[in-house]
Design a protein around this ligand. Sequence first.
Ligand SMILES: [Zn+2]
Length: 479
Amino acid sequence: MDTKGYEIIVGLEVHCELNTKSKIYCSCRNAFGAEVNSQCCPICMGMPGTLPTLNEKVVHYAVKMGYALNCSINPISKQDRKNYFYPDLPKAYQISQFDIPLCENGYLDILVDGQEKRIGVTRIHIEEDAGKLIHDDSFSGTLVDFNRCGVPLIEIVSEPDLRSSAEAKAYLDTIREIVIYLGISDGKMQEGSIRCDINVSVHKPGEPFGTRVEMKNVNTFSGAVRAIEYEAARQIEVLENGGTISQETRRWDDLKNCNFLLRSKEDAQDYRYFPEPDLSTIVLDEETLSELKASIPELPNKKVVRYMKELSIPEEDARLLVESIEKSAYFEEIIAAGKIVPKDASNWVLGGISRVINETGKSIKEIGIPAAHMAQLIEMLEKKEISSSAGNTVFEEMLKSDKAPKDIVKEKGLAQVSDNSVLQAIVDEVAAANQKSIDDYRGGKTNALGFLVGQCMKASKGKGNPAIMREMLLKILEG
Ligand SMILES: [Zn+2]
């Protein structure tokens, strides 16, 4: 988009549903897709006289995310009531965290155009989700599904460090990958597991930040990209026409691809936060914290950079590997099992193995090829002990049996022939039988060489070393 010299400033508030078994303050099941109003009880429906009990897992999951995003963890934090009325919130307040969140002052490194950029993370706090309003043409009015009431959320608030919709998209993708790696959320956007509010302002570089506008209700990442571009363009147009931006909240409409005014000027004091009297402070001892910290695996954003820098895997391939915990683990097992070029292992995981996954729906574990066998196959290919077509034959056989590739090669007689006298005989025979192709080549049709190499491969039953035979053919053609 043409920003007419303005810089776009974006901050994100990401809400992520945690995949704990039960809800945050009651024992109701926390699962998506159940029958309407089948997963609720007096506590999550806010009946008078009920008391909430905090689910410890929610705190642990949030702390894990805090460590993953390099935050400092507050060993003592508290919960607060955020007061507002909406039909999907039966208590008329949401239990959240206000002045002392679980995690603060972190950062996340994202990868944009091959460059790492550090985005500040202001805070991460826990809170409960609200219910869902159902509007349907089959009945008049609106109904409420309370299943989502009390589903645990973490809210991750970023600093206004993002400068484009592409950076925002990279940030959201990275957050999603991390929650999946940590196993704390399914990250399914189509089920609303990750949603975000977006703050956008524009200013001329060197001047103070402009007034920010908040957009609510963005629940796809592509929607976030369009919402940012739409809002920035709207603000630039207002400013260019001599107008001013007012602080307001706008609702993003993903279908109409535009936003509209929801309410003007909204600040924290409007919610009249106050400490939740029914819950005690959250206290985390040192032992629990260090256990949680130790449980954090290598994170996907760091893994991608390591694959690129240390293993010379191209960015796109590195991302594809890392996207799947299973694929990246398998890839690492293969390169640990043999002395092979990592890129070759990556090609097999993203090639042959991924094809089988797509065709059969099986997991790598179910496909059942030991990493050591893959390493052995790749090693034979790298040493040119077998041709690439023989490599494919061996791979197909490995899918059917648990024999080692070396044994398959022996059994099927697939070892590549590099013996010059044997190959020369094949090449001479092919040359004698294809005088027309030789004439074509000498007449300038150089692709006749490919045909002749193919004939040689056929004559050698796929076992001849194609590079050597190619050289031999060239000698005849140009001699
Ligand atoms: Zn409940």
